[in-house]
Design a protein around this ligand. Structure first.
Ligand SMILES: [Zn+2]
Length: 359
C-alpha cells in the first residue's frame, strides 16, 4: 500500500505532497494511498557518517549479527536512516538490505599499524603489507576503506603517523585502485597533512588541520567528519596518559581546545562537513542530534548547514538519494522548523524507513 506525506519539505520552504511506493518516492499522486504525515517539517532522514555498529559498548568487537542490529536500531530510533560504518571488526554484509535497519555504507576493518590502535579492532600490518590489506578490506566493505593515519607512538611519547608518508600515500592509491573511497582517522598535524595531500576522501576527526590544509581540502573537495562528541573525550584520554606520556597528554588537550575553531574555519572555507558521532566502544549510539547541536553551538555552523550535513548533503555524498522523484523512501518529520530551533531534531514525530512507518 502506498503512503502519502504532506509537509514542508526541507531545504525548500514549500508544503508538498509526496507518495511512497515501496522503497521509492514519487510526486505523482497515487490513488487510495494512506496519509501518514499531514503537517510538520520533512527531512530525508538523518545520517550518522561516522558510526560503528560492529563495536560493542566498552570497545570489544561484537560477536553476532543481532548485536549489530540492536545498535543500528538505537540510531534508527533517533532518526538516523543511513549509517556510514567507519570500520568494523565484525563483518555484517547480510544487513545491507535488511528492511528495518538504516542503509549502510561500510568500510571493512580498520587498517592499522601493529599495536598502535584500539585493541582487537583493526587489521594490524607493517608497511610492506598495507596496500594488499587495503585491497582486501575494500572487498570486505561496500564502498569504503578505513585507514588509521596516526596514533600514539609510545617510543616517541606523542602522536605520530601510522606509517611513513610513502606508505600512507600508497594506501590511499590502493583504495582508489580497488574502486572504493578512503576515510582516515587522524588526530595529529603531521598525519592529516600527508593524507590530504595523498587525496584521501574523508578526514575523520581532523583535529590537527591547519588553515592551509583546510584550504587544500576545500580545493580538493575532501570531506571532514569532525566527530565533536569524540573530541570532547580527549580530556579523559589525556588524564589517563599523563603520568607516562605528559607530552601526549598536553598535545591532546591543545588539539581539543582549538577544535571548534578548526571546524568553524573548515566550514567557512567551504570544506564539506558531515555529522558523525563515532558511536561504538566508548560513545553511545543515538546521539546524532547531539553532534548536530555541537556543530551549531560550538563550531558556529548555521542550522540549515548542519541539517544539510546531517541529512540531504550526507545522503548525496554517500549515494542514498533523498526526497526527489525516484529517490529512496526514507524520511523523518519534526513538528517545528529545525532551522529555527535545531533542538527539535532530538525528537522526530514520524520516522519512515524504506517506505515503512517505523514510529
Ligand atoms: Zn571511529
Amino acid at each position: 500500500m502506498a503512503l502519502h506525506v504532506r509537509g514542508v519539505l526541507l531545504p525548500d520552504d514549500e508544503v508538498r505532497d509526496l507518495w511512497l511506493v515501496g522503497d521509492r518516492v514519487t510526486f505523482t499522486p497515487v490513488p487510495d494511498a494512506e496519509t501518514v504525515v499531514d503537517g510538520g517539517f520533512v527531512l530525508p532522514g538523518l545520517v550518522d557518517a561516522h558510526c560503528h555498529i560492529g563495536i560493542a559498548r566498552g570497545g570489544a568487537p561484537i560477536t553476532s549479527l543481532d548485536q549489530a542490529r540492536d545498535l543500528a536500531r538505537l540510531d534508527r530510533d533517533a532518526g538516523v536512516l543511513a549509517i556510514r560504518d567507519a570500520g568494523s571488526p565484525y563483518p555484517y554484509p547480510e544487513l545491507d538490505d535488511e528492511p528495518d535497519l538504516p542503509r549502510l555504507a561500510r568500510a571493512g576493518r580498520h587498517v592499522a599499524p601493529p599495536k598502535r590502535y584500539l585493541r582487537d579492532i583493526g587489521v594490524e600490518v607493517d608497511a610492506t603489507d598495507v596496500t594488499a590489506t587495503v585491497a582486501a578490506q575494500a572487498k570486505a566493505g561496500n564502498g569504503w576503506v578505513k585507514l588509521v593515519g596516526d596514533w600514539i607512538d609510545r617510543g616517541v611519547g606523542d602522536l605520530a603517523p601510522a606509517w611513513d608518508a610513502d606508505t600512507l600515500t600508497a594506501a590511499v592509491r590502493a583504495a582508489h585502485d580497488a574502486g572504493v573511497r578512503a576515510a582516515v582517522h587522524t588526530f595529529s598535524e603531521s598525519a592529516v597533512e600527508i593524507m590530504v595531500r595523498a587525496g584521501v576522501d574523508s578526514v575523520e576527526h581532523g583535529t590537527g588541520l591547519s588553515l592551509d590544509l583546510i584550504d587544500e581540502m576545500a580545493r580538493r573537495g575532501t570531506a571532514l567528519v569532525p566527530t565533536m562528541i569524540n573530541i570532547a573525550t580527549f580530556g579523559g584520554i589525556a588524564e589517563q596518559a599523563r603520568a607516562k606520556f605528559p607530552g601526549y597528554a598536553e598535545h591532546m588537550l591543545a588539539l581539543r581546545d582549538r577544535f571548534p575553531d578548526v571546524v568553524r574555519a573548515a566550514h567557512e572555507a567551504g570544506v564539506p562537513i558531515y555529522v558523525g558521532t563515532d558511536a561504538g566502544g566508548g560513545i553511545d549510539h543515538g546521539l546524532a542530534a547531539e553532534e548536530m547541536l555541537l556543530l551549531h553551538e560550538r563550531a558556529g555552523m548555521p542550522a540549515e548547514d548542519v541539517l544539510a550535513a546531517a541529512s540531504w548533503g550526507a545522503r548525496e555524498w554517500l549515494g542514498f538519494p533523498g526526497l526527489v522523484e525516484g529517490g529512496l523512501a526514507d524520511l523523518t518529520v519534526y513538528p517545528e522548523d529545525p532551522r529555527r530551533d535545531l533542538g527539535v531534531v532530538r525528537a522526530p514525530s514520524r520516522t519512515i524507513l524504506r517506505g515503512q512507518v517505523v514510529r
